[in-house]
Write a protein that binds this ligand. Sequence first.
Ligand SMILES: [Zn+2]
Length: 408
Amino acid sequence: MSTAKLNTHAPSASVAIPFTNGNCISLEELQKQSIDGLLLKDIAHPLVKFQAYKNHQLVLKSKFATGDYILTFNADSKDLHVACSCKNKAPGICIHIFKTIDAIAYKYGNKYFEQLQENKQFDIGFKYPDAYDKIETDYGITLAKRKELKQLYPFENTSWPLPLSDMLALEPAIESVAREKRAAVVFFVALPYGKRQFPFILSGYGKLSKGNDQLVSWVKFGPEIDEAIGRPYTVDQLGLYLKAGELRKKVEEFAKKYGDVYRISWNLEVQEIFQEWKILYPLLQDEIFVYAYKYYGSRQLRGRPSKANARRVAISKKKPFVYFKKDSIKGKSQLSLGIKIDRKPISSYRVHFPFLFHNGTMYMFDSYQDAVIVQWIDNIGCITFFAEHKKDFDDAILTPLSQKYPIL
Ligand SMILES: [Zn+2]
């Protein structure tokens, strides 16, 4: 037992233990090179005490029943170099080295020694005392990164939830679809020909120009998936599509029931359609590609949307101001409709219940009453009367009208 309590002088001869691919130490390999192979199982783990870390070298003291041994460890990228103070002269790994590594690997894993490589955890931990807590145990020492460092590069995985390059390449879903596929969802305000039905909404999609700001061609009506393009609809757009479907159903049922909608009285069902539009119209304002579309019947929908029937419109939140104008010349008077946008009278416009089209912009009348009154006077054009009938006209039309609308 005279070998016990050796001094802390660095042991001279060292053995090189190769790191495996994952920078691990293979205990099987260690065992093969061990010179005391037969004894390995019979000897318990030593008590391993940290001594020092300096000059890239970890110094440990291993306490065996037979005495204490000083072991030094350092590592390059290929090998772990270990020396033991027992000064074993035989080629191979002494039992102290084996048992110490076995104990450390048992406690900290066989990747532990990778930390001794240049600029890895031990170098950093001892060079920057604030970086790691050094926790000494009966298995030597372990370094615990301080929490405030959060993620310490390069020791921790920075690729989560995706590699950074993938994360940086991410784009908003709608945009990436639009850019990649060069497709955009389009909403059509279908304006039935001859005003046989009330307007309703159709949707479809088209191909975008390079600048993604214009449509160069139509692809199809409807939200069905296109093989080449997919379905570029967002959740909001699908929602609008579904609501629009309900509106269209109502409009078509109404037309079936009453025939030419502009010859019937403006009953409650029309008001319901107006209310539906009140809900849908603001949703259209969120859409980029909205077109007024001349609608001739459902047969049209089998093909792709036609450019000739479509006119791009802006959807305005502004409410057309409805008033009446009365002009009198030489005993003849005429009452006609006036519309103001932004307090300015506009002269050229088109009315299609419950909308007003003016300069490529679509407006919705604010109230059902406005929409109905405008539809009435717009269909007529204007009302003419002569001085002889002034009183009757005032009683029948002008006075009641003036209680609701300005007459200028
Ligand atoms: Zn030894």
